[in-house]
Design a protein around this ligand. Structure first.
Ligand code: SF4
Length: 304
């Protein structure tokens, strides 16, 4: 065991890539045992970043800071906020999976439903693998989504919200901004799944290459698009935003369809994540080009 070995951002990126390439968990469990994932984006945020406090004010006091969740679950390893790093990753949906779901009008494609279940099982294994690999090298780490008291709570502003949001962690780690349907638009688009861990390591934070939390959304940045409104089969998306309760009810209904049609216990939807301009890229040209140049995009004009 390499106790307290120096850990770099590149080491963690390689760890995640190796797991994608070699883990037997990386499977859709279909006839051809196709991989669930073949790509990843990785970002880092400091536990001392002021954005965590802003989440408390915006999402709710129940939303943990990295310091809160780490010190609750690593009592023998207390750490100051500045000693913690949040590692966040995006697993972009493969083209074949996006293409299959693009064709659907009400229920998910078999490929999408398999990713929702088996692709997420891989994501759970990846969270554990990253945390355990760091712990083996002497760096305590926890998985906020897997701690015993992670929960969903009612929220006046958002219907309901959770004590740790993977998408908010990814936003803090420079990986994307939010769209009209609440999805996170990343450099590889909105069709993706996301994961994170909190560790007692020091890694240079990834810069947030956006002016605000909606910079990559055509609807918010340019007042156009809104294509996800029409993609949603249950009208859970309007110009006013995302109705989480309607969305949740539709997701629950998909269970019966998936079991009857594809013969496995699964569910899913994600129709709003495909067949839209932000499916696999940042659709706001100025923001996309600024990111490619490593610059901040211009702030969006105020909406009329
Ligand atoms: S996941 Fe499905 S039900 Fe939920 S908002 Fe998107 S399209 Fe609508």
């Amino acid at each position: 065991m390499e106790n307290n070995a120096h850990i770099s951002g590149d080491w963690i990126r390689d760890l995640i890539w190796d797991f994608i390439s070699t883990s037997p968990h990386n499977t859709m469990r279909n006839e051809n045992e196709e991989p669930a994932w073949d790509d990843a984006l990785v970002g880092f945020a400091s536990g001392a970043d002021t954005i965590w406090q802003l989440y408390k004010e915006y999402v709710g006091a129940f939303h943990w800071t990295p310091w809160e969740v780490f010190n609750q679950h690593c009592p023998g390893e207390s750490a100051g906020a500045e000693e913690l790093t949040v590692v966040s990753w995006i697993l972009p949906q493969r083209e074949a999976v996006r293409k299959a779901n693009r064709r659907t009008k009400k229920y998910p494609s078999e490929e999408w439903a398999r990713i929702r279940v088996y692709g997420e099982e891989f994501n759970v294994a990846l969270r554990r693998h990253v945390a355990n690999s760091l712990a083996e090298r002497g760096h305590a780490a926890i998985v906020p989504m897997l701690v015993s008291n992670w929960t969903i709570v009612n929220s006046a502003r958002f219907s309901y919200a959770s004590s740790w949001s993977e998408r908010h962690a990814a936003h803090a780690a420079g990986l994307g901004t939010f769209g009209l349907c609440d999805g996170l638009i990343t450099a590889k688009g909105k069709a993706m799944r996301v994961g994170s861990i909190v560790a007692k390591i020091s890694i240079q934070p990834t810069p947030r290459p956006y002016a605000d939390h909606r910079t990559y959304s055509l609807f918010f940045a340019e007042g156009t698009c809104g294509k996800c409104i029409d993609r949603c089969p249950v009208r859970a998306i309007t110009e006013a935003g995302h109705d989480k309760e309607k969305c949740r009810q539709h997701l629950a209904h998909t269970r019966k369809y998936v079991e009857k049609t594809y013969n496995f216990e699964g569910y899913g939807c994600g129709l709003c994540q495909v067949g839209v301009p932000c499916e696999a890229t940042i659709p706001v040209k100025a923001a996309r080009e600024a990111l490619e140049r490593g610059e901040l995009p211009p702030p969006p004009p105020p909406l009329a």
